[in-house]
Write a protein that binds this ligand. Structure first.
Ligand code: AQP
Length: 343
């Protein structure tokens, strides 16, 4: 079976954007592909973070994966730092990464512009190499990527080809091949359209864990009252009726899209149902749909979190499966790069 890898950072509360943009899609992917879903804790330290919160956030994120329907009997679920090969391969890949490639990354330019050189850690520059390591370690065929990660996947593909070219040829030729087989070059898996969820307070920015205002997002673990309150106070507009795709009405498009995704209805059904509604009626409908959908996930989450040993076992088993594949790749890379083998 073809292989797919993906992960979410344990950097805050997992929200509807992470759910519709990533986790919910994994539940379908795990039935089709050989899947590995991890909690990317090594990425979570790229920007300043709270050390006391990290392990709790990793565990909670893992429990959310399972509560949303990721099934550990189908997918390997693990914490990135539990598989040491991620960091090892990153170093090996770093030596083959031209610094110019990293300087060109738009996310680095944007995030580093906001802070001075003394504030920006080296990891902000090099984290795309860790991401490449996350993907190439597992010889992944596909990687689900949103718009903002496309450039990083391109870098991963370029790096795979460069390492295959630099170090793959010799070993491969000896075996009678034509070169280039250390890493599989992964393809992007484009997520379903409309899966980009925007902020509740600004329809032009994406819903994000790091946005300072909690009002801007619906978190997967938000209680009913808070969901109702956030929807009540979210930004709307003064146009009559409700419609998708009007560039003048980004908030309206976003809220209808959320309703469409959460209710599982088609766009046409949502248009029929909502086009003549006023905001008050629609907000009640949306609030109820959100609560109906999130409540069972929250019940499952509480159950998973109440049995810590179950979750620990899932993560240990996931890390064992992942390490088996990852160690084989990294050992092969050491060999291809000419290191003295261990006995
Ligand atoms: N608003 C969104 N709409 C759709 N998908 C989204 N994702 C994130 N926000 C949205 C998807 O969630 C996955 C995990 O993302 P991540 O944790 O690696 O970091 P991120 O993309 O930077 O997510 P956040 O929530 O916005 O975190 P911060 O604020 O820390 O940067 C990815 O698949 C992403 O596409």
């Amino acid at each position: 079976r073809k292989r797919v890898v993906s992960g979410v950072q344990p950097t805050g509360s997992i929200h509807l954007g992470n759910y519709f943009g990533a986790i919910k899609n994994w539940v379908a992917l795990q039935n089709i592909y050989d899947t590995l879903f991890f909690i990317v804790d090594l990425h979570a330290i790229t920007l300043p973070y709270e050390a006391q919160q990290l392990s709790k956030a990793s565990k909670s994120t893992a429990a959310i994966y399972l509560a949303c329907g990721v099934d550990p009997s189908k997918a390997s679920v693990f914490v990135q730092s539990h598989v040491r090969a991620h960091v090892e391969l990153m170093w090996l890949l770093s030596s083959a990464t031209p610094i110019g490639w990293l300087n060109k990354m738009i996310q680095f330019k944007e995030k580093s512009r906001k802070a001075g050189d003394e504030e920006v850690g080296v990891a902000l520059l090099t984290y795309p190499v860790l991401m490449a390591s996350d993907i190439l370690l597992y010889q992944s065929d596909f990687v689900p990527v949103g718009e903002d990660q496309k450039q990083h996947l391109e870098l991963t593909r370029d790096l795979a080809e460069r390492v295959n070219y630099l170090y793959g040829g010799r070993k491969w030729k000896k075996l009678g091949g034509r070169g280039g087989a250390i890493f599989k070059v992964p393809e992007p898996l484009i997520p379903p359209a409309g899966a980009r969820i925007m902020s509740l307070t600004d329809g032009l920015s994406k819903m994000s864990k790091s946005a300072p205002s909690d009002q801007s997002r619906i978190n997967m673990l938000d209680p009913k009252d808070l969901i109702a309150n956030k929807i009540k106070r979210c930004k709307t507009d003064a146009y009559p009726g409700l419609e998708f795709d009007n560039p003048e009405r980004p908030e309206c498009n976003n809220l209808l899209s959320i309703y469409q995704l959460i209710s599982g209805k088609t766009k046409e059904e949502v248009v029929q149902e909502c086009q003549n509604m006023n905001w008050g009626t629609f907000k009640t409908l949306l609030t109820d749909a959100l609560i109906d959908h999130l409540h069972p996930i929250q019940v499952r989450y509480d159950k998973i979190m109440s049995d810590s040993s179950y979750l620990d076992e899932v993560l240990a088993e996931g890390a064992r499966n992942a390490s088996e594949i990852a160690d084989a790749t990294v050992n092969n890379v050491y060999q291809a790069m000419g290191f003295l083998g261990r006995r």
